[in-house]
Ligand binder design. Structure first.
Ligand SMILES: *[C@@H]1O[C@H](CO)[C@@H](O)[C@H](O)[C@H]1NC(C)=O
Ligand SMILES: *[C@@H]1O[C@H](CO)[C@@H](O)[C@H](O)[C@H]1NC(C)=O
Length: 402
């Protein structure tokens, strides 16, 4: 996405949120609920809520306060920006986010990365948010009344809008509060804004977040080479734990740099798979390394065009990369990505019922190559917001097993 489009999106969203947020008034009703006895009814149909619902409602109020703080801060600063500057906005958002959780925002620009601070941000945010905020209702079943009540505590402007059109309250509420997420179901509409405004800047650090367990597993497969490493965040965190890993990127990020990243967290060398695994180069050095690929590319133009198509997406390279690695004699690949196997699409989507979504970041061809030429030896969950990505380890099949 071009900077200008990004900027426009962010500014637009800020204005939109301000107008939505200014109508918010959840705290009064939540305080009233706090006076309910612990043994009150187990549903939210009456004026009192159960103990368990109350906890979720309190969590929703906390998350509402967080979202409101984030957007008020962005809004206040956006008004004072003399020169609209995307990087300044991204930096403001990340800084505000880390400050909210009492973290030191200096880590954002520190090289080498001093700690796995992305995981800390992730865990704080996930703990603060009611899990419903990141839920995908992946069948056509509508969210329950209880779920709607929780979500309204985060974004009650939906209720205001619905009340304004009283004759069609239920439909307006659904349309305002929820939106379709690819072919996979419904998510809260506010999540889309959250992604644009907050996950966007977070992705200038890395597209996926490693957990300590992920790092410990990857460490067992050293030495490693990471290709398409971007900022090198994953390699930096592995190197901090003395894991031998060398990150490469076709276009290592620089200040004012590429379309996705403008900084690095360790030294990222320039190189593609075709350079690194060239049959005549480095053969003895590289092929006993494990290849790490984290969110390699966006395959939408190739595999998911009915979902999303853009003239700006760079070409995909993941399959050619693993092929070059194989031809050079490589045997072990670790992939962190969404895989078709984990994606549940709506069973009766009118647009394209026979062709499932291949995932957001690895081509169907790569996934097929891995399934046919390799054995899956390990699968592990990774921290996710609401995508279906995981970590998988693949070892080349021996000739006799093919
Ligand atoms: C990494 O190696 C250094 C030097 O040997 C050592 O001081 C440090 O404790 C090691 N760190 C970890 C996480 O193992
Ligand atoms: C990988 O290969 C190089 C060159 O042949 C060798 O020096 C190195 O010890 C090997 N490393 C492992 C972990 O096998």
């Amino acid at each position: 996405m071009s900077h200008h489009r990004w900027l426009l999106t962010i500014l637009l969203v800020v204005v939109l949120l301000c107008s939505r947020d200014c109508q918010a008034a959840t705290s009064g009703s939540l305080e009233e609920e706090a006076t309910c006895p612990q043994s009150s009814s187990t549903t939210t149909t009456g004026s009192c809520t159960s103990r368990q619902d109350k906890d979720v409602m309190a969590q929703a109020a906390d998350f509402h306060a967080f979202i409101r703080h984030m957007f008020d801060t962005i809004d206040a600063h956006a008004a004072t920006l003399t020169k609209p500057d995307l990087r300044a906005q991204e930096s403001l958002i990340l800084t505000t986010w880390l400050n909210y959780f009492g973290m030191d925002p200096a880590v954002i620009t520190q090289t080498p990365a001093p700690e796995n601070w992305l995981e800390t941000v992730y865990m704080h945010t996930k703990q603060l948010a009611p899990s419903l905020f990141f839920k995908v209702w992946d069948e056509r079943a509508r969210p329950t009344q209880e779920e709607i009540q929780v979500l309204l505590a985060i974004d009650d402007s939906a209720a205001v809008e619905a009340a304004r059109q009283e004759h069609d309250y239920a439909n307006v509420l659904m349309n305002y509060l929820f939106m379709e997420f690819r072919h996979r179901g419904f998510t809260m509409a506010l999540l889309d804004t959250f992604c644009r405004v907050m996950l966007g800047p977070l992705k200038t650090v890395a597209y996926a977040i490693p957990s300590q367990q992920n790092i410990d597993l990857i460490a067992q497969y050293e030495p490693l080479i990471e290709v398409g490493a971007g900022t090198g965040y994953w390699s930096a965190i592995l190197q901090r734990q003395n894991v031998t890993i060398t990150p490469y990127d076709a276009d290592p990020p620089q200040e004012e740099g590429g379309i996705y990243f403008d900084r690095t967290y360790t030294h990222v060398q320039k190189g593609t798979c075709l350079d690194v695994f060239h049959k005549d180069n480095n053969k003895n050095i590289m092929t006993n390394h494990t290849l790490l690929l984290v969110w390699p590319n966006n395959p939408d133009n190739v595999d998911n065009a009915p979902e999303f198509h853009s003239s700006r997406l760079p070409p995909v390279w993941d399959t050619a990369c693993v092929q070059a690695f194989l031809e050079a004699g490589g045997t072990t690949v670790i992939l962190v990505a969404e895989r078709e196997d984990n994606i549940h699409i709506l069973p009766s989507h009118p647009q394209n019922p026979t062709q499932p979504d291949s995932g957001l970041c690895a081509t169907r061809a790569l996934q097929t190559l891995l399934r046919t030429e390799f054995d899956l030896v390990h699968q592990m969950d990774i921290p996710t917001w609401y995508y279906s990505d995981d970590l998988t380890v693949w070892v080349k099949k021996t000739e006799s097993k093919k």
